[in-house]
Design a protein around this ligand. Structure first.
Ligand SMILES: Cc1ncc(COP(=O)(O)O)c(C=O)c1O
Length: 395
């Protein structure tokens, strides 16, 4: 059980918070709201820490076209993990040389469609993946993803660099897969590692880098060293950068990174209204947002800071319950907040990453509205899903 969270532990940029208060008069909740200036400043922090690195934003974190187009203007490339994401990247204006497609399964149908729409750089995850790509897309530029087999410290579902995870090629198998890729006329740019997500221990990164260094010495040289993403929100990229940059220099390789959460999480909030309170053995606020809007608390036991967008005097400790008929539909527990009136709103912070991208139509809830504050006005990035769109594909 988490510790009681006091709402004044976290705050938003005052201008953005004022814009949010105003937005409540115009837009129906629940909605996601993003702050362009925060997005820009997170990217700047990353670019300043890693001036020599190529940044491939992990678009799964937040794939709104309005966000991708900004990132394109700011010289960022994209990391995709599905055919749909590749379509989306191209629609946003990225070229095939600016998109890297990872993921453990690439079916023949996917590879054939890539041949038609433009083959991005491909991250290969297994021998089967490598053989299929060399058969169907010979000449492709590829990276081989390594599973460094390390005890990564994060939630089980987020630890991709453990030996038990389904991802990547085990270090001892790299030679075999590399040989298959070369025999199959693939252009191997380098190796790739993504240790996991929401990582906050520098030691995990350093252990991962050591595995990569050994593999490059054994099988290199390579043009590219891709060290993936995973930066936890409280991890200062500047604390990690010197060792990553030095490693790439020692190996004579270009450094590539794939941050997702770090760039967009802090730039987004989920705004929800409170439609009542109730008391069982616990104190609940009843919200219009739930697990269909923000899945992370249920999926990963993720804890998001919450701030009230209302004033009230009496403070109490609350659980925030969504409207879904599932007892796990709780967005936060033990949050200290003032007693609300019906129709008051609150903001769930750090929701810009894996918020809307993981939202679902469970129980026929439409996907929520998403808006971006550009410093002057709200831009609608995605309208609330219409009933027609919700039912359109059913016969
Ligand atoms: C291969 C790969 N790269 C990058 C990322 C981005 O991770 P994060 O958002 O934690 O930076 C992911 C996340 O799942 C991933 O699977």
């Amino acid at each position: 059980m988490s510790m009681t969270q006091s709402y004044n532990q976290k705050s938003l940029r005052p201008e953005f918070q004022a814009a949010l208060q105003e937005a409540l008069h115009h837009f129906e909740t629940p909605f996601y709201a993003y702050d362009l200036q925060t997005l820009r400043s997170r990217l700047t922090q990353m670019q300043q820490a890693f001036p020599s690195a190529e940044i491939f934003y992990a678009m799964k974190a937040n794939p709104r076209l309005g966000i991708l187009r900004r990132l394109l203007e700011w010289d960022v490339f994209l990391e995709a993990v599905s055919l749909g994401e590749v379509h989306r990247a191209y629609r946003a204006g990225f070229k095939k040389t600016e998109v890297l497609l990872n993921g453990p399964v690439k079916t023949p149908a996917i590879l054939q469609e890539l041949a038609e729409i433009g083959v991005p750089i491909l991250g290969l995850d297994s021998l089967a993946d490598t053989q299929r790509v060399s058969q169907l897309l010979p000449g492709s530029r590829v990276l081989l993803r390594v599973n460094p087999d390390l005890p990564i410290a994060t939630h089980d579902h987020l630890a991709t660099g453990r030996g038990e995870s389904k991802f990547g090629i085990m270090p001892d198998d790299v030679e075999k897969v590399l040989a298959a890729a070369r025999r199959g006329n693939l252009e191997v740019l380098g190796l790739h590692v993504h240790l996991g997500s929401a990582l906050s221990h520098l030691e995990d990164y350093h252990a991962g880098y050591a595995v990569m260094e050994q593999l490059y010495r054994q099988h290199g040289p390579f043009q590219v060293l891709n060290l993936g993403g995973g930066f936890g929100l409280d991890l200062d990229p500047a604390s990690l950068a010197p060792s990553a940059i030095a490693l790439a220099e020692r190996l004579g390789a270009e450094l590539w990174l794939e941050p997702g959460r770090y760039l967009v999480a802090e730039a987004g909030v989920l705004v929800s209204k409170i439609w009542g309170t109730k008391h069982t053995r616990r104190n609940f606020m009843l919200l219009d947002a739930g697990m269909m809007t923000l899945l992370r608390p249920m999926l990963y036991a993720a804890e998001h800071p919450v701030i009230p967008l209302y004033k009230g005097k009496k403070m109490q400790v609350w659980d925030l319950a969504g409207p879904v008929c599932e007892s796990g539909d709780i967005l936060a527990r033990d949050v200290q907040l003032p007693t609300p009136k019906e129709g008051d709103a609150l903001a769930i912070l750090q929701a810009g990453a894996y918020g809307s991208s993981m939202s679902s139509n469970y129980l026929d809830y439409p996907r929520p509205l998403e808006i971006l504050w550009n410093g002057l006005e709200w831009e609608v990035l995605r309208r609330k899903q219409s009933w027609e769109a919700l039912f359109a594909d059913e016969i």
